[in-house]
Design a protein around this ligand. Structure first.
Ligand code: ADP
Length: 430
């Protein structure tokens, strides 16, 4: 029992004893008991009224009182102080957060669950010409009127940032959900980076283009020289011709990559019949492989939106790799399946595989686990980079699983709604 409550009970007991004593002396016990209880009640009502007044503007100066009321004021004041300190701390954290986000060079906007602006920093003010007085509370897509941005907001899928242009600027926007339905929108101006990327791309494309003609001419001359020269020169000339062909292959692939890189998405996608495409690639693979492996195809009748030519390039590269890196008689499976998450097209082999640490780097240009082996097999080191770019343009992902000595699985995932899944009845197995 607390000290205040003990005091209060003592006070009440004394009051009752006093009423009983006076009542006993005068012969009006019940009347005195009633009056003392009424007095006690009035005293408590008075204290409740004082407490209500104090609660309106709590301060250190609590009303003078005794017993349990003294303790109530003490506890309430402690609670009030704790809350005030917590509020102060929160305000200081908030103002520090606002100061640091104000200082960020990136446009930062806090949006509520309806994508209405709650707060923005000065970089956002300058980038989008926002005004606190009229724009707070406005929907962000009413202020940034850009079709790709509107579609992005509607998509509700903010895993990958959005790149879009506004006027002469290229912007990279990321949207992160936090708290209870709020969003943090961060926008970076990447105009300079995009220009540098374009310069690098143009340089590689131009250099490859410029080198193509001399290499073709050299190849032609070597061919003629081989026809006209004697036996002793045949081997060195053949070697020169092989290298010239390799250079031609590398230049062609570099040009393909430059073309793929120049546009992020396919402007006019077509409906690609995956089963039919895989069947064509499968026939080519059988010819290329000339019976060295056991190649099988298993495909559902599926379609994806995109470019048939680019997908052919990507899937062919995966199959060529499987042939390259699988020992003779090994099994290679080409497949296309689907589930509620989308369409999967892939190649699985029983080849040499790669160790775990190489997997994230396989799609880099010229990255090879064993450069000597890749070159001997006619590889350029650009195949998987091409696959990755083609898939990016189709908003698809490449998933690689591999175990050294056991084999590899390269699976392309075309997420819904991009992929169209046709009825299952017409399943064909080859
Ligand atoms: P390359 O022309 O060298 O094959 P890629 O870009 O197609 O270039 O592949 C990069 C590297 O990834 C290869 O050099 C090889 O080390 C590894 N790789 C690709 N596919 C496979 C596979 N099916 N099995 C094992 N390793 C593979």
């Amino acid at each position: 029992m607390s000290k205040g409550l003990r005091q209060e009970l003592l006070l009440l007991a004394l009051l009752l004893l006093f009423a009983l004593f006076i009542g006993g002396l005068t012969g009006y016990v019940s009347q005195f008991l009633l009056v003392s209880m009424a007095g006690y009640l009035l005293w408590n009502l008075y204290n409740i009224q004082r407490l209500t007044r104090w609660l309106k503007s709590p301060s250190k100066n609590t009303p003078e009182t005794t017993g349990v009321w003294d303790e109530i004021y003490y506890q309430l004041y402690q609670l009030y102080q704790r809350q005030r300190n917590a509020r102060r701390k929160l305000t200081s954290i908030l103002s520090r957060f606002q100061e640091s986000t104000q200082a960020l060079p990136y446009a930062t906007v806090v949006l509520n669950e309806f994508f209405e602006i709650d707060w923005f920093n000065s970089a956002a003010k300058n980038m989008f010409d926002l005004h606190a007085s009229k724009d707070v509370g406005q929907r962000i897509d009413n202020l940034i009127r850009q079709p790709r941005f509107t579609m992005y907001i509607k998509s509700r899928d903010y895993d990958t940032p959005l790149e879009f242009s506004m006027g002469a600027n290229n912007l990279l926007l990321s949207l992160t959900a936090y708290g209870s339905g709020q969003y943090l929108m961060i926008v970076r101006d990447i105009t300079e980076r995009t220009k540098l990327d374009a310069m690098r791309r143009d340089f590689i494309a131009n250099a490859s283009h410029e080198l193509k003609t001399p290499i073709t001419v050299i190849s032609g001359f070597i061919e003629t020289m081989r026809e006209q020269s004697d036996e002793s020169l045949q081997i060195p000339l053949e070697k020169i011709q092989q290298q010239a062909s390799r250079m031609q292959l590398i230049l062609n692939e570099l040009l393909q990559l430059a073309r793929l890189e120049s546009e992020n998405y396919i402007d006019h996608p077509e409906v690609v019949d995956v089963e039919n495409l895989l069947d064509e690639i499968y026939q080519d693979a059988i010819v290329l492989d000339s019976g060295k492996h056991d190649i099988v195809l298993s495909s559902l009748p599926l379609t994806v939106d995109g470019s048939r030519e680019e997908l052919r390039m990507a899937f062919s590269n995966l199959i060529i790799n499987a042939i390259r890196y699988t020992p003779e008689n090994g099994k290679i499976k080409i497949f296309a399946t689907a589930d509620e998450a989308g369409v999967y097209v892939g190649v699985e082999d029983e080849g040499i595989g790669v160790t775990y640490e190489h997997i994230p780097r396989l799609t880099e240009r010229f990255y090879r686990v064993d450069p000597g082996r890749s070159r001997n097999q006619g590889g350029t080191g650009l195949g998987l980079a091409i696959v990755k770019h083609v898939l990016d343009r189709h908003r698809a992902q490449l998933v690689i699983q591999s175990r050294p000595g056991k084999g590899s699985l390269f699976r392309c995932h075309f997420p819904v709604p991009q992929a169209v899944i046709e009825p299952r009845e017409s399943v064909t197995q080859l």
